[in-house]
Design a protein around this ligand. Sequence first.
Ligand code: NAD
Length: 243
Amino acid sequence: MRFEGKVVAVTGASRGIGREIALQFGLEGAQVACLATRVENAAPTAEAIGPKARAFGCDVSDSGQVDAAFAQIETEMGPVQILVNNAGVTRDTLLMRMSEEDFDKVLDVNLKGAWRCVKAVMRPMMKARWGRIINVSSIVGLSGAAGQANYAASKAGLIGLTLSVAKEVGSRGITCNAVAPGFIETEMTAELAEEFRNKVVETAPLGRLGTGADVAGAVLFLASDAAGYMTGQTLVIDGGLTL
Ligand code: NAD
């Protein structure tokens, strides 16, 4: 029960990695605010955790919704002590075909959405002189990927955001770290070709695709007291794929 009494907010908690992170925090005693674009999508995750969890609607690309959701969390659950910026989208296509709308959408959700949520929790965390922020980046933010200029830019941007937040608020007892998952089996990656999946299994030293639980384990570690002297770091969780 590493997180008994802690209020944790997880964005994009309706499915995939975000759902797993929310469930794992719940198992470790946290009060989990499960955020999803629509409250009804977050509700099944909150119900699976139990009475200590609540569901909130929050499209992270809408500043008004972010501010309203975090104000509601504070009223109903108390100030957020741990924030996990997990919400993310892809609009993959080659650069020549990528529209400005596709570029802006991915940056607005993945990068600016995280920035909006960080801003929303900053005041209560500074007041408490304690906080943990974990941003879900990607190995693509470190290495780039053909057909993912928008997504890779957003994920690299998240690492810059992580480093800057770490420097800016470290003196207030707040740490900010990132995780960079490799190939994780979720609905986001379900459409990728079998050939590509097989290649990952063959190339990664650990010989398998990742799971939401693999990522959640690292996120919970970064939120725990064991990582109290770590900030500005990006933990790669890719089964050794990028070695
Ligand atoms: P997913 O598509 O299954 O889940 C994404 C979540 O984000 C969903 O809950 C979705 O509703 C939410 N979301 C999307 N747009 C939103 C918005 N505007 N406001 C609020 N929530 C929104 O994907 P996943 O694989 O679980 O990915 C979770 C995170 O992990 C993402 O940031 C993704 O980029 C990152 N990631 C995934 C992989 C992978 O291989 N699956 C690898 C590296 C990084």
